[in-house]
Design a protein around this ligand. Structure first.
Ligand SMILES: [Fe+2]
Ligand SMILES: [Fe+2]
Length: 137
C-alpha cells in the first residue's frame, strides 16, 4: 500500500499522535467522571464511544503503519528491523487490551476494571508514539 506523506513527515506524524492521544485522554476522563458520579449507564455509553475511537483513530493508524510505512523504514535502513518488531509488539498490546475491554463488556454491568485498562492503553500509546518518533525519524 502506498504510504501517505503524513506518515513520513515527522511533524505531520507527530500531529496525528498528539490529536489521537488528546482525544483518547479526554474521552477516558469522561468515562471516569461518569463512573465517579455513579452513573454507570453513561460510563458504559462513553466506554463504547471510546472503544470506537480507539479502533477508528489509533488502531487504524497502527494498521496503516504496518501496511507500508514500517516496511519502507526497514528497506531504507535494515538496522531498524528490531525496532520495527518492537513497535509492532506495542501495537499488538494495544489491540489485545482493546479486545479484553470488549470481552469485559460482555458481562452485564460496568466494571471499574475497564477504566484501569483504558488508562493502561493511554500509557502504552504515549510511550509507543514517543519511541516511534524517536527511533524512526
Ligand atoms: Fe505506531
Ligand atoms: Fe505513528
Amino acid at each position: 500500500m502506498p504510504v501517505g506523506p503524513s506518515l513520513r513527515q515527522l511533524h505531520a506524524h507527530q500531529a496525528i499522535h498528539h490529536s489521537g492521544l488528546a482525544g483518547a485522554k479526554s474521552k477516558t476522563e469522561e468515562v471516569e467522571q461518569f463512573y465517579s458520579s455513579g452513573d454507570l449507564e453513561l460510563a458504559e455509553q462513553a466506554t463504547a464511544e471510546l472503544l470506537e475511537y480507539w479502533e477508528s483513530r489509533i488502531l487504524s493508524h497502527a494498521d496503516a503503519e504496518e501496511d507500508g510505512f514500517y516496511q519502507e523504514a526497514v528497506e531504507k535502513n535494515p538496522a531498524l528491523q528490531d525496532v520495527v518488531l518492537q513497535l509492532k509488539r506495542d501495537h499488538e498490546l494495544m489491540r489485545i487490551v482493546v479486545k479484553s475491554i470488549h470481552q469485559l463488556r460482555e458481562t452485564p454491568g460496568w466494571n471499574v476494571e475497564i477504566l484501569h485498562k483504558l488508562y493502561a492503553l493511554l500509557e502504552i500509546n504515549e510511550i509507543h508514539s514517543r519511541e516511534e518518533e524517536r527511533l524512526l525519524f
